[in-house]
Design a protein around this ligand. Sequence first.
Ligand SMILES: [Mn+2]
Length: 331
Amino acid sequence: MSRIAAEKILSAAQNVLIMTHVRPDGDAVGSAFGLKHLLLDWGKNADVFFPEPAPDYAVGFLTEYKTELTAEELEKYDLLVFTDSAAPERIACGNWDIAELLKRNSLCIDHHENNSVNAAVKWVQPRAAAASAMIAELANQYKGAEYQLPVKAAEFLLLGMTTDSGCFRFSNTNPRLFFMAALALNSGVEWSRIINAVYFSKPRQQQLFEADFVQNHVQIAADGKLAYAMLPQSLFDKYGFDMRNGETLIDLLREIKGTAISFHCYKKGNDVKFSFRSKDENYPVLPVARKFGGGGHLMAAGLTLPDAGLEESCERIKDTLIRYLNGKSWE
Ligand SMILES: [Mn+2]
């Protein structure tokens, strides 16, 4: 479905509850809270149900939100919106059964390939760099070119646009993104506040964690085309580091000269979590992630292997990627 359908369902609603994905990143925060501030500007009631902690860099931007949602509260909303959420099981909805929530009037705004959220209205644009960029576009189209984004909405949308594109460096960076970022900047947002919070506020402990990661955990394979790292729990413990703040850790692998694919993995409860990036269009990572039950974007994907061992899983994925990079059968 199209942006027009999204505009229609939003315009008909009066009380909107917005949710986003688990382990929220900058675009999750940016799209959910950015939409909230737009809807407030458009004379609607809008709340964000945000039951999981935000990355530290985003905390200073957050405005009011709900961490709990009673059945009685839920009744007062006539529309639920899910932003940046690729699959129903990826939606952060606290103790609620997502299947129950999806029976209600709902809208999904997302930019992941193969989105499987069966909302009443879906607007999915895999080529959009960020869900936040889609929401800026919706505001621009719905309200017209003269519409000035409210400063708070613009700030959140920029937060999402910059983080999902690695500050306009990743392969998803396109003219639309720059255009939407320019629109948002035009509202009078303090850009340096966003940049300083996201890129120049790294705690010293995190820097030391990253140095240890680079020094002792990064491995190179496939004649330099693959960089990967397996992160043991002891490394997290040593620096008190939480992967909630590890969104850019993968870039320490991707930045290495000559690499096409990078990944890291770590244990979360009984599961093993993988993050994949590619910087070579000949070797997108999505097909490999999907093969093992993961998802995401063509060049940036993720995977959770339930009830798996860290070492064995890492070996298995590494071997698959080596075959993939060497043009051998890997499926
Ligand atoms: Mn996103």
